[in-house]
Ligand binder design. Structure first.
Ligand SMILES: [Ca+2]
Ligand SMILES: [Ca+2]
Length: 442
């Protein structure tokens, strides 16, 4: 029997392809890493590896490192900004090392990304088919690697557009035409560098509105319809809980239920058509972001009117009672043929000017605690029924608190908003003064 001479050749030096792993170099969503030797262990490959697992890019071997010679190598980490490295030193059966390998970093992100906001184009959407939103997401550890979004008619819904992947932080989506008044919501998720998805965040919705090029076009629509004015309007009067805007060309004006802008500001806004005490108004107003322009000059150009044209007829004429501005009525003396003149309560003729900034001159005919009557000789009057005929001549001027009426008999010019109010089922005219400068005594 002869001695068997055992000979160990040098092991094959390790290369990155000699090691496989369940993890990728970079960010991972699991803290547990498993490594395998692709060619296995033994003759012709490597007898064993010495293993170091730390947060340094390189390693100085000192012989104390544990050995890996079979099966898989399992290593776990905690979340670490620098990442972890696997260092391997390959040896043959005689323990002679031949070549080392540094793999990594292997990083673990244990927190999902967060979305701080998802914004759409405001309360009112100008288009029935195109919807836009943008969002902001972050992940302090592994960063953001992508997003997905969906569109629905409910918060969190995906009935309009199913979940769609994108690498952009915004989406401009075209879908089939949606009905006016429909509210559309975006839902967004973000994915971090480790592949973990955030919770879903939603926009607060945007309502499909009628895009109208003028206030007149808006006023002709039915109550309850959402509108978005395409162009800027001018704020002409500001009161306690409402204000007035009018088209820059002075064609039409409207009451807006809300507060915010100052007189003279130019605003682009949307709202829902409503009726306030018989007057067409906009409720739930939203001034488009960035679309409030403060104007220093208060140069105003009120429309000059006379007592018989304040208020005006139905707008638009012959309208559906749910659409547009109803005519105001006033008393007037009507003489037909040789019969004595009779006092009638009839709709006021002429273009409807409710909502517009107007100016009217005349003589003060009556003074009350918060209003007075102004008579310009038009032979019209706004006396409320059932006052006895012939009533007080002239139109009713409403004063804001703190502004006193000029004395009866004085000749004044009054600037204010042409408005109206309902009483006993009829619509009366009203001139709303804004401040004491609106009344000029001659
Ligand atoms: Ca994270
Ligand atoms: Ca919105």
């Amino acid at each position: 029997m002869s001695d068997v001479l055992s000979v160990c050749t040098l092991s094959v030096p390790p290369t990155p392809s000699a090691i496989s792993s369940n993890a990728s170099g970079g960010w991972n969503s699991s803290p547990d890493f498993e490594f395998s030797a692709v060619g296995g262990f033994g003759e012709g490959t490597v007898d064993h590896y010495n293993v170091a697992w730390d947060q340094d890019k390189t390693h100085s071997w000192d012989g104390s490192e544990p050995s890996w010679s079979a099966g898989t190598l399992d290593r776990s980490v905690t979340s670490s900004p620098t990442g972890w490295y696997l260092h391997l030193l390959g040896s043959n059966c005689a323990g002679v090392p031949n070549g080392s390998l540094d793999l990594g970093p292997f990083s673990y992100d244990d927190t999902a990304p967060t979305i701080s906001e998802v914004r759409d184009l405001g309360v009112y959407n100008a288009s029935r088919t195109v919807f836009y939103a943008w969002w902001t997401a972050s992940d302090d550890e592994s960063g953001i690697s992508g997003y997905r979004y969906a569109l629905g008619t409910t918060l969190g819904g995906a009935d309009l557009v199913d979940w769609t992947d994108t690498t952009w932080d915004s989406a401009n989506v075209t879908i089939p035409e949606q009905p006016f008044g429909e509210k559309v919501y975006f839902s967004v998720k973000a994915r971090n560098g480790a592949g973990t998805w955030s919770d879903t965040s939603n926009s607060d919705g945007t309502m499909v509105a009628h895009l109208v090029s003028s206030i007149g076009e808006a006023k002709a629509l039915a109550k309850g319809e959402p509108v978005l004015l395409e162009w800027a309007s001018r704020v002409t009067g500001v009161y306690e809980w409402f204000y007035y805007i009018q088209d820059m060309d002075r064609c039409a004006g409207i009451m807006v239920q809300g507060t915010g802008p100052a007189r003279g500001d130019r605003v682009q806004l949307g709202g829902v058509l409503a009726e306030t005490n018989g007057e067409v108004s906009l409720t739930e107003p939203e001034i488009k972001p960035g679309m409030l322009v403060q104007v220093i000059s208060l140069a105003e150009h009120p429309l000059l009117v006379i007592g018989r044209t304040l208020g005006g007829c139905d707008f638009p004429s012959g309208h559906d009672p749910n659409c547009g501005q109803k005519a105001t009525k006033a008393w007037r003396w009507v003489k037909v043929g040789t019969a004595p003149a009779v006092r009638r309560f009839d709709p006021v003729a002429g273009l409807n000017n409710i909502g517009l900034l107007v100016r009217l001159a005349g003589k003060v005919s009556w003074v009350g605690p918060d209003s007075f009557y102004l008579d310009d000789g038009s032979a019209y009057d706004d006396t409320e029924k059932p006052w006895k005929s012939p009533g007080v001549p002239g139109v009713k001027v409403l004063l804001p608190s703190g502004v006193s009426a000029p004395p009866v008999g004085s000749c004044v010019s009054v600037t204010g908003i042409s408005s109206c109010y309902e009483s006993g089922g009829d619509l009366y005219r009203l001139l709303r003064v804004r401040d004491d400068k609106d009344i000029v005594t001659f």
